[in-house]
Design a protein around this ligand. Sequence first.
Ligand SMILES: *[C@@H]1O[C@H](CO)[C@@H](O)[C@H](O)[C@H]1NC(C)=O
Ligand SMILES: *[C@@H]1O[C@H](CO)[C@@H](O)[C@H](O)[C@H]1NC(C)=O
Length: 229
Amino acid sequence: MGPRAALSGLALLSALSLGPCLSKGPCGPGRFPNGTGTHLRCCSLSAPREAGKTYAVRDCECVQPEYHCGDPECQSCKYHPCPPGTEAQPEGKLTYGFTCVSCAVGTFSQDHQGRCKPWADCGRFGFLTKFPGNKTHNAVCLPGPLPTEPHSWMSTVLLAVASCILVLATIQLGLHLWQLRRQPVWPQETQPLLEGLPPPAEDTCSCQFPEEERGERLEEKGRPGDQWV
Ligand SMILES: *[C@@H]1O[C@H](CO)[C@@H](O)[C@H](O)[C@H]1NC(C)=O
Ligand SMILES: *[C@@H]1O[C@H](CO)[C@@H](O)[C@H](O)[C@H]1NC(C)=O
């Protein structure tokens, strides 16, 4: 039952993850290719933004590196490389020309594609940020908290103290167990002690011991007896 359930779960999982992959194509989910060669672009139908406006009837992106939409409707692609750290910005109305403008803060472009992409958000994946990123370089994440020098010293000391306490506790426990095991070897040693106890009968209640104290004492001496059985 267990393995079978796990297997069917796995099958379901792979089906779920395979589904979008198969429907993706070269343009990703919800986007479809249009054009060929350098004019190949990926478009989505979801962006007929405002009817009546001249720009971007469709949300398209040219696929070939260093090519950009050559007109507002992206019916063709134009070649315009940009140096790292800059982005190709279209200029014009019916046909575009391009200038390379600096990447906005929080984005980078490390090649000549002229497309600035956002820096990786290390914190989102539980990583530390080693380098926040700049216009030409993505952020660099660290897989897990990297302790600084004083921090690592502190944790070493703490670890040492913790291990010391653990070792001491273990030794004490061992001694205690050894003591408990040793006792049955000389039962006559403890037997008279137990005999000397007042019987837990009603008449002993006249003793001056408060109830609690008596109970404690009884328990204390009664404890080794428990260990024998
Ligand atoms: C490609 O886009 C043009 C207009 O940009 C459109 O007329 C044509 O039908 C599209 N082709 C496909 C296969 O979607
Ligand atoms: C961006 O960061 C990289 C890597 O740290 C460095 O080599 C480069 O000089 C930086 N560029 C700028 C403009 O700060």
